[in-house]
Write a protein that binds this ligand. Structure first.
Ligand SMILES: Cc1cc2nc3c(=O)[nH]c(=O)nc-3n(C[C@H](O)[C@H](O)[C@H](O)COP(=O)(O)OP(=O)(O)OC[C@H]3O[C@@H](n4cnc5c(N)ncnc54)[C@H](O)[C@@H]3O)c2cc1C
Length: 409
C-alpha cells in the first residue's frame, strides 16, 4: 500500500486518462519482479516489451487508426509517472524512446505509408525502435554529426548510410533506427541534415551494435554503440531530406516531457519509500520518522514532488494545445520553453529526492535492494540525456531574451 499516490492530478482528468493510468499501474505491478531481476543481471527486461505492448501502452500517444491508444500528452505524462514510480528510469528510458522519440517522430513526419507500416508494430512492441542522433563527436551540438548518406538528396533515390552512433537507448535490440545523417561531400551545410528510417532487416551485416555496460545506473536499459556501414535505406524510408533539426527539435518535445514525467514518478517512489522506512526503523527509542531532522527530509522530498509535477503537467497541457496548432511557431517556441524548464526542474528534483531518501534509509538506504538507491544511480542521467541541464537552461534563456541571444549556436 502506497502512502502517497498521484491522485490530485488524476482526479482532475477524465475517464480515459484514469483507465490508461490504472492499466499502467496493473502492468507495472506484474512486471516488478522481472524488472528487478533484469536490473541485477544488467540487461533489458524483455517482458516489459511484451506486456506493455500487449496492452498497447507503447502506443499511448499514437492514434487508434495506427494501433495506439490515442491518448494525449497529459495521459502520456501520467502514465510515465506510474512507470517511473513503479519500475524506475530504465523502463522510462525504454518506453520514452519507443513511444516519444520513435513512434511520435514517424507520426509527425512520416508518409501515410510509413505510418501504416511502422506505427502498429511499434505500439504493440512487435518492433523495437531506437533514435540515433548522438555520435562520439556530437552530443549537445548535433550540427557536428559525421554520419553520412551517399545518394543525391532526392526522394526518388535509395540511400546508403555510414557512421557511428553512440549511447543509443534500445540500440542492440532495435529493429527500426531513426537515423540522422548529412549528405557525403566536402561542402556540408547545417540545413542538409536529413533523417531516415533504417531497418535492421536486410541490413544484418551492415549494422553492428555493441552493448555499453559501464554506466553508473540504468542497468535494465539497453545502451549501444552502433556502426552503420553502408546500411541500405530504400527511398520509401526517407523521413526528411534537409532541415533534420526540425525533426529532432520536435521529437525532443515528447522525449523531454516523458523524462520529466518519469522523474516525477521517481520522486513519488522516493517519498513513499522514505516514509515507509522511517515509520518502521526505530532508533533512540522511537521510529526515526519522529526525529525532526528526518521529517525535514520527508518534507523536502514532498517539496521536490510539488516542484516537479506542476511544471510537467502544465507543459503537457501546453503541448496538447500545440499539437492542435502545429503551424504556430510562437506556440512551438513556448512549448519548447515550458518543456525545457520542466525537464530541468524534474530531473534535479528527482536526484535530490533520491539522495534524501537514501539518507533516510541510512546504511540500508545505500543498498540497491532499496529502490531509492537504484533511483539515485539511475535518475542522474535525466540531467544529461535528451538535452543536458545546461542546454535546457540556455534554451529557456534564449526563449526569454529572443533572437540574437542564442548562446549555443
Ligand atoms: C544512458 C544514456 C542513454 C542515451 N540515449 C540516447 C539515445 O537513445 N539517442 C541519442 O541520440 N542519444 C542518447 N544519449 C546521448 C545524450 O543525449 C547525450 O549524452 C547528451 O545530449 C549530451 O551530449 P554529450 O554526452 O556529447 O555531452 P557534451 O555535449 O560533450 O557535453 C558535455 C558537457 O558540456 C556541456 N555543454 C556542451 N555544450 C555547451 C554549451 N554550448 N554551453 C554550456 N555547456 C555546454 C553539457 O551540458 C555537458 O555538461 C544517451 C546518453 C546516455 C548517458
Amino acid at each position: 500500500m502506497k502512502e502517497v499516490e498521484e491522485l490530485d492530478a488524476l482526479n482532475l482528468c477524465g475517464r480515459r486518462t484514469k483507465m490508461i493510468v490504472e492499466e499502467m499501474e496493473k502492468v507495472c505491478q506484474g512486471l516488478f519482479e522481472k524488472e528487478l531481476e533484469s536490473y541485477f543481471e544488467g540487461k533489458a527486461n524483455m517482458d516489459r516489451i511484451k506486456l506493455l505492448g500487449e496492452r498497447r501502452l507503447l502506443g499511448i500517444g499514437i492514434p487508434r487508426d495506427y494501433g495506439g491508444i490515442g491518448g494525449n500528452n497529459l495521459d502520456t505524462a501520467l502514465a510515465f509517472v506510474s512507470l517511473g514510480s513503479n519500475l524506475g528510469m530504465s523502463a522510462v528510458s525504454f518506453m520514452n524512446v519507443q513511444n516519444g522519440l520513435v513512434a511520435k517522430t514517424i507520426l509527425r513526419w512520416g508518409t501515410e505509408e510509413q505510418k501504416k507500416r511502422f506505427l502498429p508494430d511499434l505500439a504493440s512492441g512487435k518492433k523495437i525502435g531506437s533514435f540515433c542522433l548522438t555520435e562520439p563527436e556530437a552530443g549537445s551540438d548535433p550540427s557536428s554529426l559525421r554520419t553520412t548518406f551517399d545518394s543525391p538528396a532526392t526522394h526518388f533515390a535509395n540511400n546508403f548510410i555510414s557512421g557511428t552512433k553512440y549511447l543509443i537507448t534500445n540500440g542492440n535490440m532495435a529493429d527500426v533506427f531513426i537515423d540522422f545523417a548529412y549528405p557525403k561531400g566536402p561542402k556540408r551545410k547545417k540545413e542538409d541534415l536529413s533523417v531516415f528510417i533504417v531497418e535492421r532487416s536486410g541490413n544484418e551485416s551492415q549494422i553492428l551494435t555493441e552493448s555499453l555496460h559501464h554506466k553508473i545506473g540504468l542497468h535494465a536499459s539497453d545502451t549501444a554503440l552502433i556502426e552503420f556501414n553502408d546500411a541500405f535505406v530504400p527511398k520509401e524510408n526517407i523521413l526528411r531530406l534537409g532541415r533534420g533539426n526540425y525533426v529532432y527539435d520536435h521529437s525532443f518535445l515528447s522525449g523531454r516531457l516523458g523524462i520529466a514525467a518519469g522523474c516525477v514518478g521517481v520522486i513519488l517512489d522516493c517519498l513513499n519509500s522514505a516514509m515507509e522506512r522511517s515509520k518502521y526503523r526505530v532508533q533512540h527509542g522511537k521510529p526515526i520518522a519522529k526525529h525532526q531532522l528526518v521529517q525535514a527530509h520527508i518534507s523536502a522530498i514532498a517539496e521536490d514532488f510539488e516542484k516537479a509535477r506542476l511544471p510537467t503537467y502544465n507543459a503537457a497541457i501546453i503541448k496538447d494545445i500545440y499539437d492542435l496548432h502545429q503551424e504556430s511557431s510562437e506556440l512551438r517556441k513556448k512549448t519548447d520553453y515550458k518543456i525545457s524548464i520542466a525537464k530541468r526542474i524534474a530531473a534535479n528534483a528527482a536526484f535530490d529526492a533520491a539522495d534524501r531518501a537514501v539518507q533516510v534509509g541510512g546504511g540500508f538506504g545505500y543498498s540497491t535492494l532499496y529502490s531509492p538507491a537504484r533511483h539515485f544511480k539511475d535518475v542522474r542521467v535525466a540531467r544529461i540525456y535528451e538535452g543536458s541541464d545546461e542546454m535546457m537552461t540556455l534554451k529557456a534563456a534564449y526563449y526569454l531574451l529572443g533572437e540574437g541571444f542564442e548562446a549555443f549556436k
